[in-house]
Design a protein around this ligand. Sequence first.
Ligand code: HPA
Ligand code: ZN
Length: 356
Amino acid sequence: MTSAMSTIAFDRIPRERLPALLAEMPKAELHIHIEGSLEPELIFALARRNGVALPYPSVVALRAAYAFTDLQSFLDIYYAGASVLLKEPDFFDMAWAYLQRAAADNVLHTEIFFDPQTHTARGVDIGTVIKGLDHACHRAHQELRVSAKLILCFLRHLSEEDAMATLEAALPYRHHFIGVGLDSSERGHPPEKFARVFDRARAAGLHVVAHAGEEGPPEYIRSALDVLEVERIDHGVRAVEDPSLMQRLAAMGMPLTVCPLSNVKLCVYKTMAEHQLPALLAAGLKVTVNSDDPAYFGGYINQNFAETFAALPQLGAREAYTLARNSFEASFADAGAKSHWINQLDLAFEEAGTAQ
Ligand code: HPA
Ligand code: ZN
């Protein structure tokens, strides 16, 4: 515990103050798929702009299809939505819309996943994807004061050869992204399927993360650590089924990028009240809160904080601070930026503890 944390008067922050504090507190977002930020209105606008036919007649009909039973039922619609993205301005518009929402939620730093294979499979050049997203990240830094970085994700339902070819095609744009990740259908596609491509990414100096233990078993979290040597686990909530893994994650200080609304929408938990985030925090894991696919799962990062804290009375001001602080500590930003952001966080909580 740092000195700042021990001087914050958490017990003097009234419970009624918590919703506003959750919204106002500075935070980082570390698990957001940019294609999952594509709102139905923008999907339809881009479809019109690009002359792409959609299998849904209207925004209302598309939104009505967002009733998911598991990860795959979501992914089928998510990939259909992404089919409207063809040109560099399309990728810019998508990311710029997300970054404005992030700024409104007091996100100071975001590490954004993108799925190049979803686009290259439709004939879009990987440079078109990366340049459009990168342009929005630069503009966010200048105009919104939001620091934004990109993480390239491999689709795990495709082969390792396809992932390797994607990485090679992306390396000319190496300075535009900071790491690689692993997403899409988890069951039946264990992390070790991608051992060589993660070796190659690490050798190129890229950060490495992977989705594991969302729908897949705790063993996938172990192989993400042991084989892929990841620096963060995305989701990881199924670690609660394995006490020795919980101890290991806590001892390593391994961050988990948890996405509460996603877990409820994809039926990992029936209700938010059943979410295991309090158990993960209580076991000393470095948990963060994130939105995953905000356009599909019912809200952006502040909505995730609001609904999680509303449903779980064990969570109070101390946990809010810990989650926000973890988000900065678990980011891939440099030490100077992290301590600057954590100072801003400390100020927000010190003020909340002294205000009448
Ligand atoms: N899990 C796996 N793949 C994904 C997700 C997710 O939650 N969102 C977008 N791609
Ligand atoms: Zn995800």
